[in-house]
Design a protein around this ligand. Structure first.
Ligand SMILES: Nc1nc2c(ncn2[C@@H]2O[C@H](COP(=O)(O)OP(=O)(O)O)[C@@H](O)[C@H]2O)c(=O)[nH]1
Ligand SMILES: [Mg+2]
Length: 317
């Protein structure tokens, strides 16, 4: 059984809370806030992904899960996001350092992040790559207009199309989905050169951010659930390599190539895709808003599962 088969199966399970099957919440969190500055972190996590895709919000949300009070950060600033924490599992404790990689990789900030975390023998042990099914925030209003003017909506035959959404939104999504692919190509080259320079186990979690925007609000709840299940299956089909490599999406082809470059054996079973809601907020573009769906319990369930998953991966499990 290849790792992609397992990743596709766990994606289906990980997405179940979005279909109303919350399950029980894990009793205790693996990630702890307590850490010792004198200990050199043994594990490095990089949060990657294109601009506006939810990296900073994910980082903030992850921090709120750390239950020991004050968010303590070393050298945090608005444009340089890093963090340290401890994971505690059956296998013991690990000191972890986390960095959010700027979406704008050819910026000054991007270059510094690369030098410090991806070059000179440094490499992240774990990568959280964030994607948003095209719902990335386009901050600049001029850029929004250009994105909409220059992009055609995806054709209805494209599995990524969400034909019920306003055309404007579909144009922005088409633009963003191209951006995600460009960003992944750039991220892949950073990761390959850094991973090549070091040996040892690795892990990868693809996070679907903003899954609260995907819900179909249909009058019949069963029909809504079926529509959501179809959307989530399409999401997995797009981002994860398929059983037949010839059927991989362009995105999935990059993911497969990245893992093959260093070798599947370095990942073991530590490849997963998970949905995470960091913050419920409508998506807006060009004056149109797509509502957020979900409640606090759903948010907490997805976040605690994500947080524990990366905690266990940090521990080699
Ligand atoms: N609905 C919803 N919106 C989100 C979520 N996470 C982030 N956002 C929105 O996406 C925007 C961009 O997120 P941010 O973390 O700043 O992206 P970054 O550029 O990758 O750091 C934020 O301003 C939020 O409005 C989410 O889980 N759900
Ligand atoms: Mg950010």
């Amino acid at each position: 059984m290849d790792i992609w088969h397992a990743a596709r199966a766990t994606w289906a399970a990980n997405a179940e809370p979005l279909l109303g099957k919350l399950g029980g919440r894990p009793a205790s969190l693996v990630i702890k806030r307590r850490y010792n500055f004198l200990v050199r972190p043994a594990v490095g996590i990089a949060i990657t992904g294109m601009r506006g895709t939810g990296k900073s919000f994910l980082h903030q949300a992850l921090r709120q899960r750390f239950q020991l009070g004050q968010p303590v950060l070393e050298g945090e600033s608005a444009d340089y996001e890093r963090d340290r924490f401890v994971t505690a599992t059956g296998g013991g404790k690990r000191h972890v350092e986390l960095v959010v990689v700027p979406g704008q990789k050819d910026s000054e900030q991007g270059r510094r992040t690369r030098d410090r975390y991806f070059a000179n023998g440094n490499a992240p042990t774990g990568v959280v790559h964030v994607v948003s099914w095209g719902f990335s925030k386009i901050w600049d209003e001029d850029l929004q207009r250009v994105a909409i003017a220059e992009s055609a909506a995806l054709p209805a035959t494209d599995p990524r199309a969400m034909a019920h959404l306003p055309e404007l939104v579909e144009q922005a999504r088409a633009h963003n989905l191209r951006g995600e692919l460009d960003d992944l190509r750039q991220t892949r080259s950073w990761l390959e050169s850094s991973w090549e320079s070091r040996s040892g186990p690795l892990w990868l979690v693809i996070v679907l951010a903003m899954p609260d925007l995907l819900h179909r609000n249909l009058p019949d709840p069963a029909a809504a659930r079926a529509a959501d299940a179809a959307t989530l299956a399409a999401v997995g089909g797009h981002y994860l390599p398929s059983a037949d490599p010839g059927r991989d999406s362009e995105f999935a082809r990059e993911v497969r190539a990245l893992v093959n470059f260093v070798g599947e054996n370095r990942f073991g079973a530590r490849v997963a895709m998970m949905p995470v809601i960091s913050f419920r907020k409508p998506f807006t573009v060009g004056g149109v808003a797509i509502p957020s769906h979900g409640d606090d319990e759903l948010v907490a369930t997805l976040m605690s599962r994500f947080s524990n998953r990366i905690g266990v991966f940090c521990d080699g499990g």
